[in-house]
Design a protein around this ligand. Sequence first.
Ligand SMILES: [Zn+2]
Ligand SMILES: [Zn+2]
Length: 145
Amino acid sequence: MEDRIENIKKQLHSQSYKLTPQREVTVRVLLEREQDHLSAEDVYLLVKDKAPEIGLATVYRTLELLTELKVVDKINFGDGVSRYDLRKEGAEHFHHHLVCVECGSVTEIEEDLLGDVEDIVESKFEFDVRDHRLTFHGVCKNCHN
Ligand SMILES: [Zn+2]
Ligand SMILES: [Zn+2]
């Protein structure tokens, strides 16, 4: 955890931003709940438990900054809510998601399955792929039993 904070601090410094105490609380919440896909509102409620003086606007600005600096990815699973997902350390690509339409569970796939697709896109469309995101909607193992 402290290593990750240290790395995120460096990432901010390299772009001339500081990991202020307020920003650090938000980062800690994201690290503690790394498996979850929290909305700004969710993050705010968890931040408030640790630091009641921090307002929603501050949390929101921090999340936007972290998104801009590619510390987190903003993702939408089709329910109109933006969720924030920490990038895996050293990950070249955003991880993929399996969203269950029955129970709403979200499973992460960390392997990059799209190497071949990228090659086709790059050659056929002369498009220089930097990243991609992939969400499958379906029924999870627990729900189809
Ligand atoms: Zn995720
Ligand atoms: Zn399910």
